[in-house]
Design a protein around this ligand. Sequence first.
Ligand code: ADP
Ligand code: MG
Length: 567
Amino acid sequence: MDHPPIGIDLGTTNSLIAVFEDGAPRLLANALGNPLTPSAVSMDNDKVLVGEAARDRLPTHPRETAAAFKRSMGTNKTLGLGRKKLRAEELSALVLRKLKEDAEAALGQSIRDVVVSVPAYFNQSQRQATMSACAMAGLNPVRLVNEPTAAALAYGLQDRDGESQFLVFDLGGGTFDVTVLEHFDGVMEVKASSGDAFLGGEDFSEALAKGIADKCDTPWSKLNTDDQNQLRFVADGLKRRLGVSDSHDVTIRLGGETHNLTITRTFFETACAPLVKRLLHPIERCFYDSNESTETLDRVVFVGGATRMPMIRQMVARQFKMLPDMSIDPDHAVALGAAVQAALVAEDRALDDVVMTEVSPFSVGIATGSQLRDGAVMEGFFSPIIERNTPLPASREQYFSTMSDNQVLLGVDVYQGEAPMVSDNIHLGRFDLSVPRAKAGVEGMSVRITYDPSGLIDVEAVSSSTGRKAGVVIKDNVVGLSDAEIKSKLKALQKFKMHPREDEENTALLARIKRLYEMASGADRTMVQGLLVEFEGVLAKQDPTDIATARGEITEVLNRIDDYYVS
Ligand code: ADP
Ligand code: MG
């Protein structure tokens, strides 16, 4: 028998999987014993590596490795994985498959039904792509849950009888999400959600990397890809270090030159000041949409690894005059909440008194024409039918009439977005409805849009005179894959050989040694090479006890070196 539904946080940077058992959510660790699996995939000869080893191969094997592909979800973009080119759904499917396998090993039971979290502002194509990724991994997504909602569920469960208004502030690797919620006697209501799809912790690393490049008098744009990748890696480590200390020394090799630098927290914060400022816009919009004020806010909940930066804490303290709540590890909250949502779907008795309401993150409507003052008709205006931040499920109807004499076809072009002209919004789908010939304005149709809590949309148009119906479930849009394509991709992906689980610790260690070799210089480099020779030697003898001992010893040395080069 399959395990009951299980929760997955499919992150840009890290992914996690959690179960709901005995009234509480619990994270499942991967084969390396870590609940966080980096969302990275790498091709090692004919085998696929997913997670830590893949992430460590990013600087050493950039062409064989893909990461941050969540940013390309819902587009036709492909990323290189050695000689292969894969879409974001396929790469995500490989991550999901790994999570599935690790979780199955931990549970001793197979998994099929899952609830997967997505950013609140993910549009239809991106949601559909996430569902396709699940299908390609052999999983059945019973529901998508918005990430901030999931985090709120994890927090809400802690304090079930309370009454509070809170803000979920989620700063992940590539995205920023803010949500205002109200919690009252187990009923959780999302008031409004907003965000920035192109602002996350990686941008802070990149800003620092660029600042360091300038400091070394070698502008970022002049660096080759390898140097840029390496500098990003160093900056990422520094970013973490500077959260706990005021300054840190680093050694960087750029264009063959070695630089010894001291980077201070102030230097980092100055480089990131414009990014911190950008965080304010979505917050303002969210409060505007929710009709709430910052004064009635009871708490600000921190989610996402990047909220660990002190400058974020300071900004929030200044803005809301309170300290953020991090009582649940910001890395874990979304996955834990996805597991709670999974239990809600499965109607777990422990959650009888918990109710969750969602809102639509976008407005959804259709394209219409408008008569201009001189009588001419101009097309391409957006007529929203469901406004953004409407509680879900929602179903709304609006009437539209013909615009010209003898018009026998009414086109229904569905869009999502907030711009007044549809050309600036996202096209979701199209269909036509035929109506009897008549004078302009006589015939018409009612268009009903139904929006379910997973964010999936159904559109139906009915002719007012004949009752004839037409409609679409927004599913097969321009960039999405058809069911047949998903099936064929599922097959193709099954042919990808995964690295054996029992080998994973060794592979991850080898990847780490090679990354450090690349980063280090001089005597350290020689030492790292020595470790590589030593480890390959032990591996060749195939004695599990010796291998484990060597792994422990080598890891200790690597930690010391990593400490110096920051990672
Ligand atoms: P996502 O939801 O996008 O997968 P996460 O919530 O896992 O992202 O956050 C990843 C981001 O958090 C990365 O940019 C990472 O560098 C950053 N991060 C993790 N730990 C820290 C830390 N201690 N200090 C600063 N940034 C951190
Ligand atoms: Mg996240």
